[in-house]
Design a protein around this ligand. Structure first.
Ligand code: URA
Length: 233
């Protein structure tokens, strides 16, 4: 070994010894001094929908007991002024990775069309981003773990109006234990936005007598949407 190389090795060794004296041993997993691991990324740290989607892909917070389910993040315009929020993905949504693509989704598309919205114009998401086993109602823990991710999604999309489909969606966001009939037909305030509640399309398929009330709810939403966007009626 040349003298020059030896001198270089000595200098590097001295440098590393000084580093260890000042900062302790390096944790090679996290590349942080003193063995500290970097704090995990939180939904609130994400500054774009893409970043949030990536976090949703990797976190266990959103998983249900059903194994190997697909992330159903949300679909539609990232700048939508109307955000529609359902309950949880079902079989078809899990297969396609997109919310509301089964029978309930077809009815939702018709409802949106009836109030002159294209599906691509709004943003559609669910309280849960993974399918629960046997399509059961999301548990309290699943809702609680999912909520921070959905709240960040709402902040990033920044809609003027949120439309909750069904009791699970509305009670999770509003944090109240109320019947659907008492929550529908009016606007609530949520994260400084207007939030309306109506029947879930799957419930409407089973109970067509509720369609009139749902029609009134979505017309109320359309009217407020136009008012907020400066259109007059
Ligand atoms: N029901 C929901 O609540 N969400 C879906 O995505 C599909 C059915």
């Amino acid at each position: 070994m040349s003298e020059k190389t030896q001198r270089l090795i000595d200098e590097i060794s001295q440098f590393l010894a000084e580093e260890r004296r000042l900062f302790g041993e390096w944790d090679t997993m996290s590349a942080n001094p003193r063995g500290q691991s970097s704090p995990p990324l939180q939904p609130g740290d994400c500054s774009s929908l893409e970043e949030l989607r990536k976090l949703c892909e990797t976190t266990d917070d959103l998983k249900t007991d059903l194994e190997n389910t697909r992330l159903v993040f949300g679909v539609g315009s990232p700048k939508a002024d109307l955000m529609v929020i359902g309950e949880a993905p079902g079989y078809h949504e899990d297969k396609q990775g997109e919310p509301f693509v089964g029978k309930a989704g077809q009815l939702l598309n018709k409802i949106l069309k009836a109030i002159k919205f294209e599906r691509e114009e709004v943003y559609i998401a669910n309280i849960l981003k993974h399918r629960p086993p046997e399509n059961r109602d999301p548990s309290g823990s699943e809702r609680e773990r999912s909520l921070p991710y959905l709240c960040r999604q709402i902040e990033l999309i920044d809609p003027k109006i949120i439309l909750c489909l069904g009791r699970v969606s509305a009670t999770t966001l509003l944090g109240i234990d109320e019947s659907l009939s008492r929550m529908r037909g009016k606007f609530h305030s949520y994260m400084d936005r207007d939030l309306a509640v109506t029947y879930h399309p799957a419930a409407l398929l089973r109970n067509p007598q509720w369609k009139r009330a749902a029609w009134e709810d979505v017309q109320m939403v359309r009217k407020r949407y136009d008012q907020l966007r400066g259109k007059t009626h």
